[in-house]
Design a protein around this ligand. Structure first.
Ligand code: FEO
Length: 393
Protein backbone atom coordinates (compact mmCIF):
# COMPACT_ATOMS: atom_id res chain seq x y z
CA UNK A 1 0.00 0.00 0.00
CA UNK A 2 1.44 3.38 -1.01
CA UNK A 3 1.25 5.32 2.24
CA UNK A 4 3.14 8.37 0.95
CA UNK A 5 0.23 10.67 0.14
CA UNK A 6 2.52 13.34 -1.31
CA UNK A 7 6.32 13.67 -1.01
CA UNK A 8 7.12 13.86 2.70
CA UNK A 9 3.50 13.30 3.79
CA UNK A 10 2.69 9.80 5.02
CA UNK A 11 -0.49 8.04 6.14
CA UNK A 12 0.32 6.27 9.40
CA UNK A 13 -3.26 5.49 10.49
CA UNK A 14 -5.01 2.26 11.39
CA UNK A 15 -8.13 0.32 10.47
CA UNK A 16 -10.53 -0.58 13.28
CA UNK A 17 -12.42 -3.75 12.38
CA UNK A 18 -13.29 -4.75 15.97
CA UNK A 19 -15.45 -1.92 17.31
CA UNK A 20 -19.10 -2.90 16.93
CA UNK A 21 -20.59 0.50 17.67
CA UNK A 22 -18.89 3.80 16.84
CA UNK A 23 -19.38 6.19 19.76
CA UNK A 24 -21.23 3.27 21.39
CA UNK A 25 -24.15 4.01 19.06
CA UNK A 26 -23.56 3.45 15.37
CA UNK A 27 -22.94 -0.01 13.84
CA UNK A 28 -19.67 -0.56 12.00
CA UNK A 29 -20.17 -3.65 9.82
CA UNK A 30 -17.36 -2.53 7.51
CA UNK A 31 -15.13 -1.03 10.20
CA UNK A 32 -13.68 2.46 10.20
CA UNK A 33 -10.23 3.96 9.76
CA UNK A 34 -8.52 6.45 12.02
CA UNK A 35 -6.26 8.38 9.67
CA UNK A 36 -3.15 9.93 11.10
CA UNK A 37 -0.53 11.68 8.99
CA UNK A 38 3.13 12.39 9.36
CA UNK A 39 4.48 15.56 7.73
CA UNK A 40 8.23 15.40 7.39
CA UNK A 41 10.22 18.55 6.74
CA UNK A 42 13.33 19.62 8.61
CA UNK A 43 10.97 19.32 11.52
CA UNK A 44 8.33 16.61 11.88
CA UNK A 45 4.63 17.00 12.67
CA UNK A 46 2.04 14.33 13.34
CA UNK A 47 -1.47 15.34 12.35
CA UNK A 48 -4.03 13.70 14.66
CA UNK A 49 -3.60 10.24 16.13
CA UNK A 50 -5.86 7.23 16.72
CA UNK A 51 -8.10 5.59 19.31
CA UNK A 52 -6.12 4.60 22.42
CA UNK A 53 -6.12 0.85 21.87
CA UNK A 54 -4.37 1.32 18.51
CA UNK A 55 -1.56 3.48 19.90
CA UNK A 56 1.14 0.82 19.51
CA UNK A 57 0.15 0.18 15.89
CA UNK A 58 0.32 3.90 15.18
CA UNK A 59 3.80 4.06 16.67
CA UNK A 60 4.90 1.10 14.53
CA UNK A 61 3.62 2.87 11.44
CA UNK A 62 5.41 6.09 12.40
CA UNK A 63 8.62 4.13 13.05
CA UNK A 64 8.65 2.97 9.42
CA UNK A 65 9.11 6.60 8.39
CA UNK A 66 10.91 8.32 11.28
CA UNK A 67 11.93 7.63 14.84
CA UNK A 68 8.87 8.69 16.90
CA UNK A 69 11.27 10.52 19.23
CA UNK A 70 11.93 12.91 16.33
CA UNK A 71 8.38 14.27 16.29
CA UNK A 72 8.48 18.01 16.99
CA UNK A 73 4.76 18.79 16.84
CA UNK A 74 1.63 16.85 17.70
CA UNK A 75 -1.18 18.61 15.86
CA UNK A 76 -4.55 17.97 17.52
CA UNK A 77 -7.23 18.95 15.02
CA UNK A 78 -9.94 17.46 17.22
CA UNK A 79 -10.17 16.18 20.77
CA UNK A 80 -12.63 13.33 20.27
CA UNK A 81 -10.73 10.26 21.53
CA UNK A 82 -10.88 8.43 18.19
CA UNK A 83 -8.24 10.97 17.10
CA UNK A 84 -6.55 11.98 20.33
CA UNK A 85 -6.41 8.65 22.22
CA UNK A 86 -2.74 7.96 21.45
CA UNK A 87 -1.52 11.30 22.83
CA UNK A 88 -0.38 9.94 26.22
CA UNK A 89 1.90 7.36 24.56
CA UNK A 90 3.13 9.83 21.94
CA UNK A 91 4.05 12.32 24.65
CA UNK A 92 6.10 9.68 26.40
CA UNK A 93 7.94 8.77 23.20
CA UNK A 94 8.38 12.27 21.81
CA UNK A 95 9.28 14.09 24.99
CA UNK A 96 10.13 17.38 23.35
CA UNK A 97 7.07 17.48 21.10
CA UNK A 98 4.81 20.49 21.39
CA UNK A 99 1.05 19.95 21.17
CA UNK A 100 -0.68 22.37 18.78
CA UNK A 101 -4.43 22.87 19.02
CA UNK A 102 -7.13 25.53 19.08
CA UNK A 103 -7.59 27.64 22.22
CA UNK A 104 -10.84 25.74 22.89
CA UNK A 105 -8.95 22.43 22.99
CA UNK A 106 -6.44 23.56 25.66
CA UNK A 107 -8.65 22.91 28.71
CA UNK A 108 -9.94 19.72 27.11
CA UNK A 109 -6.38 18.35 26.80
CA UNK A 110 -5.95 18.92 30.52
CA UNK A 111 -9.27 17.28 31.41
CA UNK A 112 -9.04 14.33 29.02
CA UNK A 113 -5.34 13.47 29.36
CA UNK A 114 -3.82 15.65 32.07
CA UNK A 115 -1.73 17.38 29.39
CA UNK A 116 -1.15 20.98 30.45
CA UNK A 117 2.51 21.55 29.60
CA UNK A 118 4.08 21.97 26.19
CA UNK A 119 0.77 23.00 24.65
CA UNK A 120 0.43 25.89 22.20
CA UNK A 121 -2.89 27.30 21.07
CA UNK A 122 -2.80 28.26 17.39
CA UNK A 123 -4.87 31.12 16.08
CA UNK A 124 -7.17 30.81 13.11
CA UNK A 125 -5.16 31.36 9.93
CA UNK A 126 -1.76 31.10 11.65
CA UNK A 127 1.20 29.28 10.08
CA UNK A 128 4.04 27.03 11.14
CA UNK A 129 7.21 26.57 9.08
CA UNK A 130 8.59 23.03 9.35
CA UNK A 131 11.45 23.70 6.92
CA UNK A 132 10.42 22.47 3.48
CA UNK A 133 6.85 22.03 4.67
CA UNK A 134 4.45 24.72 5.88
CA UNK A 135 1.32 24.20 7.94
CA UNK A 136 -1.63 26.57 8.17
CA UNK A 137 -4.35 26.19 10.77
CA UNK A 138 -8.02 26.94 10.18
CA UNK A 139 -10.57 26.76 12.94
CA UNK A 140 -13.72 24.93 11.86
CA UNK A 141 -15.81 24.88 15.05
CA UNK A 142 -18.50 22.22 15.34
CA UNK A 143 -17.18 20.08 12.54
CA UNK A 144 -17.46 18.13 14.75
CA UNK A 145 -16.83 19.61 18.24
CA UNK A 146 -16.32 23.29 19.14
CA UNK A 147 -12.52 22.94 19.29
CA UNK A 148 -12.11 21.39 15.83
CA UNK A 149 -9.68 22.75 13.26
CA UNK A 150 -8.31 21.74 9.86
CA UNK A 151 -4.62 21.87 8.97
CA UNK A 152 -3.37 22.70 5.48
CA UNK A 153 0.07 21.76 4.20
CA UNK A 154 0.74 24.49 1.74
CA UNK A 155 3.71 23.22 -0.30
CA UNK A 156 1.93 19.98 -1.31
CA UNK A 157 -1.64 21.26 -1.14
CA UNK A 158 -2.85 18.66 1.36
CA UNK A 159 -5.83 19.55 3.52
CA UNK A 160 -6.07 17.53 6.73
CA UNK A 161 -9.77 18.10 7.24
CA UNK A 162 -10.35 15.94 10.32
CA UNK A 163 -13.97 14.68 10.59
CA UNK A 164 -15.04 16.84 7.64
CA UNK A 165 -15.20 14.80 4.42
CA UNK A 166 -14.77 11.54 6.33
CA UNK A 167 -16.79 8.36 6.20
CA UNK A 168 -17.33 4.95 7.77
CA UNK A 169 -15.71 1.89 6.16
CA UNK A 170 -12.20 0.64 6.80
CA UNK A 171 -9.66 0.94 4.00
CA UNK A 172 -9.35 -2.46 2.36
CA UNK A 173 -5.78 -2.42 1.11
CA UNK A 174 -6.20 0.99 -0.49
CA UNK A 175 -6.15 4.60 0.66
CA UNK A 176 -7.26 6.74 -2.26
CA UNK A 177 -10.47 7.57 -4.08
CA UNK A 178 -8.85 6.86 -7.45
CA UNK A 179 -8.24 3.22 -6.43
CA UNK A 180 -11.87 2.30 -5.78
CA UNK A 181 -15.39 2.56 -7.10
CA UNK A 182 -16.32 5.62 -5.05
CA UNK A 183 -20.05 4.99 -5.53
CA UNK A 184 -19.69 1.80 -3.49
CA UNK A 185 -18.40 3.86 -0.55
CA UNK A 186 -20.96 6.67 -0.70
CA UNK A 187 -23.64 4.99 1.41
CA UNK A 188 -21.25 4.52 4.30
CA UNK A 189 -19.94 8.07 3.89
CA UNK A 190 -23.49 9.42 4.04
CA UNK A 191 -24.28 7.26 7.07
CA UNK A 192 -21.24 8.76 8.79
CA UNK A 193 -22.23 12.28 7.71
CA UNK A 194 -25.87 11.99 8.80
CA UNK A 195 -25.13 10.15 12.06
CA UNK A 196 -22.04 12.05 13.22
CA UNK A 197 -21.92 15.55 11.76
CA UNK A 198 -25.52 15.77 10.58
CA UNK A 199 -26.61 18.10 13.36
CA UNK A 200 -23.84 20.53 12.37
CA UNK A 201 -24.79 21.24 8.78
CA UNK A 202 -24.36 25.01 9.04
CA UNK A 203 -20.82 24.68 10.42
CA UNK A 204 -20.09 22.23 7.57
CA UNK A 205 -21.23 24.76 4.97
CA UNK A 206 -19.28 27.54 6.73
CA UNK A 207 -16.15 25.34 6.74
CA UNK A 208 -16.54 24.58 3.02
CA UNK A 209 -16.80 28.30 2.32
CA UNK A 210 -13.86 29.09 4.61
CA UNK A 211 -11.56 26.53 2.98
CA UNK A 212 -12.67 27.20 -0.60
CA UNK A 213 -9.83 29.63 -1.32
CA UNK A 214 -7.07 27.12 -0.63
CA UNK A 215 -5.15 25.46 -3.47
CA UNK A 216 -6.11 21.93 -2.42
CA UNK A 217 -4.68 18.97 -4.35
CA UNK A 218 -5.55 16.31 -1.79
CA UNK A 219 -8.19 16.12 0.93
CA UNK A 220 -6.94 13.88 3.73
CA UNK A 221 -9.71 13.38 6.31
CA UNK A 222 -9.43 11.54 9.60
CA UNK A 223 -11.76 8.73 8.53
CA UNK A 224 -12.05 6.87 5.25
CA UNK A 225 -10.74 7.51 1.77
CA UNK A 226 -8.10 10.10 0.93
CA UNK A 227 -9.32 12.21 -1.97
CA UNK A 228 -6.54 12.84 -4.50
CA UNK A 229 -8.24 11.85 -7.78
CA UNK A 230 -11.26 14.10 -7.42
CA UNK A 231 -11.26 16.01 -4.12
CA UNK A 232 -14.08 18.21 -5.42
CA UNK A 233 -16.42 15.21 -5.40
CA UNK A 234 -16.41 14.76 -1.63
CA UNK A 235 -16.82 18.51 -1.13
CA UNK A 236 -19.84 18.45 -3.46
CA UNK A 237 -21.35 15.48 -1.63
CA UNK A 238 -20.90 17.09 1.77
CA UNK A 239 -22.32 20.40 0.54
CA UNK A 240 -25.37 18.68 -0.97
CA UNK A 241 -26.00 16.63 2.15
CA UNK A 242 -25.53 19.69 4.38
CA UNK A 243 -28.16 21.53 2.33
CA UNK A 244 -30.42 18.48 2.92
CA UNK A 245 -31.38 18.30 -0.72
CA UNK A 246 -33.24 15.02 -0.79
CA UNK A 247 -33.83 13.14 -4.03
CA UNK A 248 -37.35 13.23 -5.48
CA UNK A 249 -38.11 9.85 -3.91
CA UNK A 250 -39.81 8.54 -0.79
CA UNK A 251 -38.51 6.73 2.30
CA UNK A 252 -41.29 4.82 4.03
CA UNK A 253 -40.50 3.71 7.59
CA UNK A 254 -43.04 1.72 9.54
CA UNK A 255 -43.33 -0.39 12.67
CA UNK A 256 -45.88 -3.15 13.15
CA UNK A 257 -46.81 -5.48 16.02
CA UNK A 258 -49.28 -7.87 14.34
CA UNK A 259 -49.05 -6.96 10.65
CA UNK A 260 -51.89 -4.42 10.35
CA UNK A 261 -49.65 -1.38 9.96
CA UNK A 262 -47.37 -3.40 7.68
CA UNK A 263 -50.27 -4.23 5.37
CA UNK A 264 -51.12 -0.55 5.24
CA UNK A 265 -47.45 0.21 4.48
CA UNK A 266 -47.68 -2.00 1.40
CA UNK A 267 -50.73 -0.09 0.19
CA UNK A 268 -49.08 3.29 0.82
CA UNK A 269 -45.96 2.17 -1.07
CA UNK A 270 -48.10 1.04 -4.01
CA UNK A 271 -49.66 4.49 -4.09
CA UNK A 272 -46.26 6.17 -4.24
CA UNK A 273 -45.18 3.93 -7.12
CA UNK A 274 -48.41 4.60 -9.03
CA UNK A 275 -47.26 8.21 -9.26
CA UNK A 276 -43.96 7.02 -10.76
CA UNK A 277 -41.92 7.93 -7.70
CA UNK A 278 -39.37 5.44 -6.28
CA UNK A 279 -39.95 4.36 -2.69
CA UNK A 280 -37.83 2.43 -0.17
CA UNK A 281 -39.76 0.57 2.58
CA UNK A 282 -38.01 -0.09 5.91
CA UNK A 283 -39.17 -1.83 9.08
CA UNK A 284 -38.01 0.28 12.03
CA UNK A 285 -38.08 -2.75 14.34
CA UNK A 286 -35.50 -4.53 12.23
CA UNK A 287 -33.33 -1.82 10.69
CA UNK A 288 -30.99 0.05 13.02
CA UNK A 289 -31.85 3.72 13.44
CA UNK A 290 -28.40 4.63 12.07
CA UNK A 291 -29.53 3.40 8.63
CA UNK A 292 -33.01 4.92 8.96
CA UNK A 293 -31.44 8.35 9.51
CA UNK A 294 -29.30 7.89 6.41
CA UNK A 295 -32.24 6.84 4.25
CA UNK A 296 -34.39 9.74 5.50
CA UNK A 297 -31.50 12.05 4.61
CA UNK A 298 -31.41 10.75 1.04
CA UNK A 299 -34.98 11.43 -0.01
CA UNK A 300 -37.34 14.39 0.01
CA UNK A 301 -40.42 12.31 0.89
CA UNK A 302 -40.78 10.63 4.27
CA UNK A 303 -43.77 8.48 5.18
CA UNK A 304 -44.06 7.22 8.75
CA UNK A 305 -46.31 4.39 9.89
CA UNK A 306 -46.82 3.36 13.51
CA UNK A 307 -49.36 1.52 15.60
CA UNK A 308 -50.53 3.13 18.80
CA UNK A 309 -48.51 1.82 21.75
CA UNK A 310 -49.04 2.84 25.39
CA UNK A 311 -51.33 5.52 24.02
CA UNK A 312 -48.57 7.02 21.87
CA UNK A 313 -46.18 6.30 19.01
CA UNK A 314 -44.74 2.78 18.61
CA UNK A 315 -41.27 3.13 20.23
CA UNK A 316 -39.00 2.42 17.21
CA UNK A 317 -40.73 5.25 15.30
CA UNK A 318 -40.56 7.49 18.32
CA UNK A 319 -36.83 6.86 18.53
CA UNK A 320 -36.39 7.67 14.84
CA UNK A 321 -38.24 10.97 15.27
CA UNK A 322 -36.16 11.84 18.31
CA UNK A 323 -32.93 11.15 16.42
CA UNK A 324 -34.03 13.08 13.33
CA UNK A 325 -34.90 15.99 15.61
CA UNK A 326 -31.40 15.84 17.13
CA UNK A 327 -29.85 15.67 13.68
CA UNK A 328 -32.05 18.62 12.65
CA UNK A 329 -33.17 17.12 9.36
CA UNK A 330 -35.20 19.75 7.51
CA UNK A 331 -37.29 20.08 4.38
CA UNK A 332 -39.17 16.80 4.25
CA UNK A 333 -42.64 16.17 2.78
CA UNK A 334 -44.38 13.82 5.16
CA UNK A 335 -47.33 11.45 5.34
CA UNK A 336 -48.38 9.52 8.47
CA UNK A 337 -50.41 6.37 8.94
CA UNK A 338 -51.03 3.70 11.53
CA UNK A 339 -53.42 1.51 13.45
CA UNK A 340 -54.96 1.51 16.90
CA UNK A 341 -56.81 -1.06 18.99
CA UNK A 342 -59.41 0.99 20.82
CA UNK A 343 -58.24 4.58 20.71
CA UNK A 344 -56.08 6.41 18.16
CA UNK A 345 -52.94 8.14 19.34
CA UNK A 346 -49.99 7.36 17.15
CA UNK A 347 -50.99 8.96 13.86
CA UNK A 348 -51.94 12.34 15.29
CA UNK A 349 -48.77 12.40 17.35
CA UNK A 350 -46.63 11.44 14.37
CA UNK A 351 -48.15 14.32 12.43
CA UNK A 352 -47.74 16.84 15.23
CA UNK A 353 -44.10 15.79 15.86
CA UNK A 354 -43.42 16.09 12.12
CA UNK A 355 -44.98 19.56 12.14
CA UNK A 356 -42.82 20.59 15.09
CA UNK A 357 -39.76 19.58 13.08
CA UNK A 358 -40.78 22.01 10.35
CA UNK A 359 -41.70 19.28 7.89
CA UNK A 360 -44.67 19.63 5.55
CA UNK A 361 -47.34 17.11 6.52
CA UNK A 362 -49.58 16.44 3.50
CA UNK A 363 -51.77 13.61 4.76
CA UNK A 364 -52.71 11.20 7.55
CA UNK A 365 -54.47 7.84 7.53
CA UNK A 366 -55.43 6.16 10.80
CA UNK A 367 -57.52 2.98 11.14
CA UNK A 368 -58.81 0.66 13.86
CA UNK A 369 -57.72 -2.98 13.98
CA UNK A 370 -57.10 -4.65 10.61
CA UNK A 371 -57.20 -2.35 7.58
CA UNK A 372 -60.41 -2.64 5.54
CA UNK A 373 -60.39 -2.27 1.74
CA UNK A 374 -61.47 1.33 2.30
CA UNK A 375 -58.57 1.89 4.72
CA UNK A 376 -56.13 0.41 2.20
CA UNK A 377 -57.53 2.66 -0.52
CA UNK A 378 -57.02 5.65 1.80
CA UNK A 379 -53.44 4.45 2.41
CA UNK A 380 -52.81 4.22 -1.31
CA UNK A 381 -54.14 7.74 -1.76
CA UNK A 382 -51.84 8.95 1.06
CA UNK A 383 -48.89 7.48 -0.84
CA UNK A 384 -50.01 9.16 -4.05
CA UNK A 385 -50.41 12.52 -2.31
CA UNK A 386 -46.91 12.45 -0.81
CA UNK A 387 -45.49 11.31 -4.16
CA UNK A 388 -47.20 14.18 -6.04
CA UNK A 389 -45.75 16.75 -3.66
CA UNK A 390 -42.30 15.17 -3.91
CA UNK A 391 -42.42 15.02 -7.70
CA UNK A 392 -43.63 18.55 -8.09
CA UNK A 393 -41.08 19.89 -5.62
FE1 FEO B 1 -13.86 11.20 14.31
FE2 FEO B 1 -15.52 13.66 16.02
O1 FEO B 1 -14.24 12.30 15.78
Amino acid sequence: MDCEVRPGIHWVGVNDRATDLFEGLWPLPGGVSYNSYLVVGEKVALIDSVKAQFSEELVENISRVVDPGRIDFLVVNHMEPDHSGALPLLRRLARGAEVLCTPAAVPMLARFYGIDQGVRAVEDGSELDLGGKRLQFYHIPFVHWPETMATFEETQGVLFSCDAFGGFQALDGVLYDDQVDVAAYEDEILRYFSNIVGMHTRPVLRAIERLAGLQVRVIAPSHGLIWRGNPGHIVDLYARWARMEGRAEVTLVYGSMYGHTRRMAEAVARGVRKEGVPVLVLDASRVHVSYLIREAWKRKGLILGAPTYDGGIFPPLEQLLRMLQRKRLKGRVVGCFGSYGWHGGAVGRLASRAGELGWKVVGEAGFQGAPTPEDLAAGEELGREVARHVREG
